[in-house]
Design a protein around this ligand. Structure first.
Ligand SMILES: Nc1ncnc2c1ncn2[C@@H]1O[C@H](COP(=O)(O)OP(=O)(O)OP(=O)(O)O)[C@@H](O)[C@H]1O
Ligand SMILES: [Mg+2]
Length: 621
């Protein structure tokens, strides 16, 4: 998958039929709406094609060139005409509304699917893909595509029906004259397509230069100091001028072509009208004079209707060329959106696991074995990037109910071990056993429902404090929520909030401090009561009062469950049954605090550097 902007500029100019078929498929999901649009467009196009027929009828029936006018039945004709105008006005408002509806339906279908997809994708996907990229795909690309698809469908249906009926009428009136008039269509189509393509190309070039200008601006601003000290102003200005000149050239070309396009197509269409006039006119004259030309009988009404048809022929052709051009220019958006929908997750439940344990949308809880919490790393190899192996032949047995502290320098691999336990990533080689069975033989949901974690940056969802505590157990009653909050001493700060448990935390919990977010996360874990608890302690400093609350909260949460804690606080480390000292993805020392200190090894050094302050504070208490 390429996230490169360049892709848009270097793309093939051919329309990828398969790609568009898939996208138009989203429109077809709402079949009823599609049928309604189809019927509306059929009615509107028929009425458009019927007007010249009415004109023909009026001329030949009432005006009767060459004879006496006869006004018999004019009122009925008038009534029908008015009725058609009203019906068409009605149809027009309907199709505008329905196309809007279709646009929304397509956005909805694509976004729904993408949202589900994003929830199933593994962490490794999010490592490679920025939130900004995903937002741009989900918001602007999808909006652009659904707008384009919905209106292309409407336009395409109108063009199809209009061409069908107007050509049908012309052939019916006089097939020879119809063929003469239609001779302008091939050149019209070729010219339309050719110019549209050219416009697109220059627009693309202009966009490319535009992004170069943006980055030049960026560098210009960022590097202003350097520029000044190196006296490069003049050179930079010259470079910038040349980029902007290129952009101007391309933009002007695109505008000139756009400006030429419409008159050119209209003039070509006028040739059709001229042909109708010349040949048809001669035919009418002959008909009125008595001898027919090779065109057979042509009445004045027929001639007028042909002129009408010929002068509006360019409209559907131009629209069809427009749809084609839109598809070309939106193709890059389409590719990006579809490739996102097609991304396969690195961490996936196997077929067998899904069959037995169900999917995340439809879990078969009745088949789930209860989790004891015994975890084994069995010869595990792991890397994020193949060139940088992190864990090599890593072995570890964590017994059910045990509390393990992982300590080590930054980048040692502590969070990585935790990520593997949570199955956010899977081992590249070897196995991780939970209760004696490779966790890949069971479903992700099975593990993750029995697993509570508080990560380095605790995440809250927008909503109230209560919602956030209940996140893992939405059915929990008020009493249990409050009890959970009290157990981790989160109740006092919550009750101090103006709205108590109904306080909105803001998007991502922005309205709370890191310490408060952690307390709420702990309450969440207590309420969900998982068998396995994972804590990746934050290194950021927190005010002493909250710090103490958090310490006692941690002690509470660690009780009676298998706990893996990436520890930075001395108090947490002391709480652990076993300390594992991690260095470069391997366990270098193991034991409890006292024995490790006495050993005078790496832990001792680490302690001297990192926990000295902590120890000092503790001693002073
Ligand atoms: N998502 C990722 N993609 C690529 N490399 C990563 C990723 N996460 C971590 N790494 C790399 O793996 C190594 C171990 O990282 P890890 O996050 O496990 O360290 P840590 O011990 O938790 O450090 P800290 O104490 O700073 O949290 C580091 O070199 C890091 O750069
Ligand atoms: Mg970490």
């Amino acid at each position: 998958m390429s996230y490169d902007n360049e892709a848009e500029f270097n793309q093939e100019e051919k329309v990828d039929v398969k790609l568009w078929k898939r996208l138009f498929g989203y429109a077809m999901r709402n079949r009823a709406l599609f049928v309604r649009i189809l019927v509306t467009m059929l009615i509107v196009a028929i009425i458009d094609a019927v007007y010249p027929i009415l004109t023909r009828f009026a001329i030949d029936r009432f005006v009767r060139p060459g004879g006496d006018p006869d006004m018999h039945g004019i009122w009925l004709f008038f009534a029908i005409y008015v009725a058609l105008v009203i019906l068409q006005g009605f149809g027009t408002t309907r199709f505008i509304g329905r196309s809007g509806e279709m646009e929304m339906a397509i956005s909805y279908a694509i976004r729904q699917e993408a949202y589900l997809k994003l929830q199933t994708l593994s962490f490794s996907f999010y490592d490679k893909t920025s939130a900004g990229y995903l937002m741009a795909r989900m918001v602007s690309d999808v909006a652009r595509l659904s707008d384009m698809i919905a209106w292309s469908i409407t336009d395409f249906l109108w063009c199809g029906f209009y061409i069908l009926f107007s050509f049908g009428a012309m052939f019916w009136f006089n097939w020879k004259l119809a063929l003469i008039v239609m001779a302008v269509i091939p050149p019209l189509a070729v010219v339309s397509l050719y110019i549209q393509k050219k416009i697109l190309r220059y627009q693309r070039i202009a966009r490319k230069h535009n992004s170069r200008i943006t980055s030049a601006f960026n560098e210009g601003i960022m590097g202003a100091m350097t520029t000044k000290t190196l006296v490069r102003e003049e050179q930079n200005a010259a470079e910038f001028e040349s980029i902007t000149a290129d952009m101007r050239k391309a933009s002007v070309k695109a505008s000139v072509l756009s400006a030429t396009f419409f008159p050119l197509v209209v003039s070509l269409g006028a040739v059709g009208t001229a042909l109708a006039l010349v040949f048809g006119g001669a035919g009418v004259k002959a008909t009125l004079g008595g001898t027919e030309t090779f065109l057979g009988v042509i009445t004045a009404g027929t001639l007028v209707s042909f002129i009408n048809y010929a002068s509006s022929l360019f409209d559907p052709i131009q629209q069809l060329a427009g749809i084609f051009a839109d598809m070309q220019s939106a193709q890059a958006s389409a590719e990006r959106v579809l490739s996102l929908l097609d991304t396969e997750s690195d961490v996936k439940d196997s077929k067998e696991a899904e069959e037995k344990y169900g999917t995340s949308m439809d879990p078969k809880r009745e088949n789930w074995e209860p989790i004891e919490g015994d975890i084994v790393f069995d010869h595990v190899d792991f890397y994020y990037k193949e060139s940088e192996p992190l864990l090599r032949d890593f072995n570890l047995h964590i017994h059910a109910g045990e509390t393990i502290a992982l300590v080590g320098e930054t980048g040692a691999g502590k969070s990585t071990i935790v990520n593997l336990i949570c199955r956010f990533y899977e081992p590249k080689n070897g196995r991780i056993l939970v209760d004696g069975k490779d966790y890949r033989e069971r479903s992700q949901l099975w593990l993750q429902s029995s697993l509570g974690y508080v990560l380095q940056q605790p995440h809250l969802f927008s909503g109230t404090i209560r919602d956030n505590i209940r996140f893992g157990r939405p059915d929990a009653d008020e009493e249990s929520v409050r009890r959970a909050a009290a157990m981790v001493h989160a109740d006092s700060f919550i009750e101090r909030q103006q709205k108590g448990y109904d306080t909105e935390v803001g998007e991502g919990g922005v309205r709370l401090s890191t310490g408060q977010k952690q307390l709420i996360s702990f309450a969440r874990v207590i309420l969900a009561n998982p068998q396995i608890f994972v804590l990746d302690e934050a290194t950021s400093s927190i005010d002493t009062e909250t710090e103490q609350l958090i310490q006692s909260a941690i002690t509470e949460v660690l009780k009676d469950r298998t706990s893996i804690v990436v520890a930075h606080r001395l108090s947490t480390i002391r709480n652990a049954d076993r300390i594992l000292v991690i260095r470069d993805g391997a366990i270098v020392e193991e034991g409890n605090h006292e024995t490790l200190l006495q050993k005078g090894g790496y832990y001792h050094d680490l302690y001297m550097h990192q926990y000295e302050d902590d120890a000092m504070q503790e001693a002073l208490k």
